[in-house]
Design a protein around this ligand. Sequence first.
Ligand code: ASP
Length: 437
Amino acid sequence: MKKVVKFGGSSLANAEQFQKVGDIIRSDESRRYVVPSAPGKRFDEDIKVTDMLYGCYDAASKGEDITEKINAIKARYYEIIKGLGLSLSLEEEFKKIDEDFRAQAGIQYAASRGEFLNGKIMAAYLGYDFVDSAKMVKFDEKGRFMEELTDKAIKKELKNHERAVIPGFYGSKTDGAIKTFSRGGSDITGALVARAVQADVYENWTDVSGFLMADPRIVDNPKPISTVSYKELRELSYMGASVLHEDAIYPARVANIPINIRNTNRPDDPGTIITSEPAKLEEGQIIAGIAGSKDFTVIAMYKNLMSSERGFIRKMTGILEDFDIPIEHIPSGVDTLSVVIDNKLIDGKIDDILEEFERQLKPDHLEVFHNIALIAIVGYGMSYRTGVSAKLFTALADENINVRMIDQGSSEMNIIVGVENKDFENAIRAIYNAFVC
Ligand code: ASP
């Protein structure tokens, strides 16, 4: 059994959190490869070390004196080192960082030092080898990630290390310059390591016990999702549930490695497991989760004999393509067609789009509905099961919620309903209560 464990910034914000992490790792000897983030916030108004580094580098590039800023960063690390009772010195590392900042070594290099230094501490604390990601995570000269080369490099290097700490978030370009992933990118490093070492599981430790079946700001105490497939998760995240970055899921998904989201502060909680196969349902379970977003616009068209006209949809999508607008959904009837678009993306363009629709499509009737919210009900448990829509629409009708649009994916693992923005929260609660409670 081999596990790759990634710890987020809040799990490593101070010595106390480090100790929890140490206990977690030591309690299971298969946790052999550890990917740390930089220290995150210790309290609400605190600043993440990554942000301190960005700020410090910014000051250095304006020629300002950075002594104080460097010292503040140093203090964060020494607070951890002292709190853990380690005798580790980072003086050499800080000397180099100070010089490199003053020599303007690059903003991405600056940001990466957060993970680099935390990795040094973690390796010393655990007695694991420290393996610099710059050696293994590769980008080309234009900064594009090189997937295969990285996979090979990690495989080759980690063969020599029974247990290792690999800092998250960064790698290096062909010329040796440090390059980071986008913010939150340690998740990606963890997944890359998991794939390369063919881990049995990729544990992603954070400050929540996995995903919830609905947004807790809308539903009181929603149940946790114990297992969810990558596809279901994709549907949920597309509709606004906040989950892992798609780039972080990809390497684990192609290698068929389950991802387990766990809570460092509640290590006994099982968290959520993300698998490639549809999850086994619990007794009575139909859906995996509910997610949604507000603020969509629906443009609805009616044209007599539309169904026999050739190229109607092509022309309609062509117009939107010319305006560079992605389409969310196209619900249709015999002679009706609607198109659902994110409000933010058509702001200021709607009149021109309608004019083009009129000119090229010549509909008999064209109507625009603003302020539509979309809600996705997701789960393989719905497929080939009768009565799911009846239950859904009864729940909405009982709350007097008018459904403006319905769209069901062909795999029957998601149903999307459009309601007015004002009904959004009520609709989610009604659906949750009908399917989950
Ligand atoms: N430390 C980086 C950030 O704050 C990367 C990470 O935590 O994953 O975005």
